[in-house]
Design a protein around this ligand. Sequence first.
Ligand code: HEM
Length: 450
Amino acid sequence: MPVSSPVSSRTHCPPAPGRVPFLGHGPALLRRPLSFLEGTRTSDPLVRVGFGPIGLLLANDPALVHRLQVDTDTFERGRFFEALAGNFGNPLITARGHTHRQQRRTLKPSFSRGSVRDHVEVIGAEAETRLGGWQPGRVVAADQEISDLVAAVVLRCLCSTELDRATVRDMRETMYAISRRLLPQTLLPRVFGTVPTAGNRRFAAAVNRFHRTVDRLVQERRADPERHHDLLGALLAARHPETGAPLTDAQIRSEFLILLFAALETTSTSLSWAVFEATVRPQVQRRLQDEADAVFESGPLTYARLADLTFTRKVIDETLRLHAPMLFTRRTRREVTLAGVTVPEGAEIGYSPRAVHRAADLYDAPRAFDPDRAGPDDGTDRPRGAYFPFGTGPHRCVGEHLALTTMTVALATLAARWDLRIAPGTGRIREVNSSLPHLSGLPLLPTPRG
Ligand code: HEM
């Protein structure tokens, strides 16, 4: 197959299914990326995917997928993260080793359990106002409402501020556009996206607006004499790991932007899927309601009481299994033998959380939504690396507690207030291609609970 560097001819790895002469996997990738990536998971631990001059190995074996994430001596972030970071002025997220550890030290306090615990009240109040305040019997675009809620929560936690609805919606559209472009940016030649088409120009203008919004936040904060203990405060106080210099406005902007992206896209998409899965399953919705009633009966939610929302948490865990990101990458830092294949330094290796999470050899009825499915801590004999919604190893998600807390509070608030159903007359709700597949829409009809 016509895969040139960086995968050398010494690699004897079978091609992924779906390849056609001359064009490799290009047509399958462009036409049906979701089913294509799921279909790449064969019994071979490592397969090749190729399109024109770009070649990628794809890891199928959970143990291998696990190693890609934890063995940072051998693997660094690859094309996916470079494509992502390129949209944001190359923040430190793609850094490695000492620089990366320093960056995490700057970020972590803002996302620790303690810090998230302090935010539970804010999250509960936002959820109550935004989701509890829907008009009975009036159809709501729930995916947009959920995005607005998550944006409000994340902005409050990251920079103790609020933005007007129009700005938040504009930011959301831009992030969505970035998310949609990530897969082609990762898998297609770099020239993609640089051709001055109308679409690319619109995209560049939207990214610039996004930059200006964050620049304004940074300038306002610099002018504010009060000290804030949030992420923006931490970034302003941070020193560059190599030079010791404070971060420039441009550096703060890129760090801040990528965090907004990492937080908003993932949390709002996952929460929308959780609401969808519960709405189309009356029994699941009823169990969520019973649980929420019991917990809210003794007053507003506190961090400690979140532990009582066990079924709510199972719904979220199962959502994160079924609706996982399409593809992440790593790049080899040295020659290494993987599943009997010699892989040279500089080779790109992808892995698909979505494909692994939906694998028939790892999960019974893998495409079914089953919140009662045994989880990773329930003594299953599923291998390590079969479930990793927040990744694992040194790059494990820093926002995990914030994301889980936001989703749990929001889902419980909805369950306590409303009987939800998909608005009558809605066509099929589809998955839309994106680095984390979105819903095509979520029009809901809320009825107050009796
Ligand atoms: C449902 C919501 C979320 C999901 C499913 C998710 C998923 C992930 C995954 C899988 C990774 C690991 C990527 C890798 O191994 O290369 C990751 C990393 C990361 N996430 Fe999240 N995330 C979510 C929410 C958040 C939130 C709320 C924030 C921040 C406020 C955040 C910030 C980050 C950052 C900064 C990293 C990079 C960590 C590093 O490289 O050291 N994420 N996330």
